[in-house]
Ligand binder design. Sequence first.
Ligand code: 13P
Ligand code: SF4
Length: 326
Amino acid sequence: MISVKTANSDTTLVCDLSRDIKETARKRNAVILAHNYQIAEIQDIADFVGDSLGLSQQAAMTDAETIVFCGVHFMAETAAILCPQKRVLIPDLDAGCSLAASIDLEQLKAWKREHPDAVVVSYVNTTAAIKAESDYCCTSGNALKVVQSIPDDKEILFLPDQFLGSWCQKMTGRKNMHIWMGECHVHAAVHPSKIDEMTQKHPKAELLIHPECGCLTPYLDRVCRTQGTTDNLKVASTEGMIRRANESEAKEFVVATEIGILHRLEKENPNKTFYPISSEMSCQFMKMITLEKLHRSLTDDVFHVNVPEEISNRARKSIDRMISIF
Ligand code: 13P
Ligand code: SF4
């Protein structure tokens, strides 16, 4: 068993471990998928790094026998729903999500009873059981398009993220949309005053804001007037932020989302500077996945993520409806 010191880890040891992971993945015909918030070493070793939408698309199209999901549990579950014949592994079963935990099945059923004709749109940050009770799934990368695709006269129950929901409501001008008051503890914690503070400190910087951010609220009117992008502010999923940073003429960016994304932003844009809106925006669940655990996952064949067939079949319909919009 190869062990790794987490802080100031020996580069040679990390290289050996990374090489061993790659070799084991190849022998086992396994693909390594990693979310944009993963630690740098995991992103560097992954076959694909992306946002929730990109990762679910990659899972759906891979030929590999095994998918090792370096992200949080609902993401691995989504891969298991999309690929019921494949083995889906997560290196740490405790990698959860505070947002996904903000609604349970009984709460959703009760909400649906109050609005029996409503269309249920669930953010991908939900459990398989919630997806199975939903009409549509959506991610931050396509939530607007999903909401826009639903006929105007249909009531919508949008869950569980209140900030993403408000953003969609404002952008679409939809009046008949009910929003669940859930939130992600990482994105909700940033106070709007942080935006003023950082833009004053870096007046030339462009602002990249994830729609789960609580700090977005006072800016909604301004952002909606220009359909999501003002001169120096862009609301986007994590992959949308990477695209924007790659394409923009700006040389500096203030980034309002989990700090793991800075690794890719900096790697793909070595001549640009990225400032986290707050260095405390770190998701402890995403950070649970380490090289050592990934290595163990591949060698010991742990931990399997399985979704019961009946739930999986119903949940797949809501994800397929989302994917078919594109
Ligand atoms: P993205 O789909 O934008 O990558 O976001 C996932 C997530 O968990 C945000 O907190
Ligand atoms: Fe969940 Fe928030 Fe972590 Fe994203 S950053 S995985 S929404 S807890």
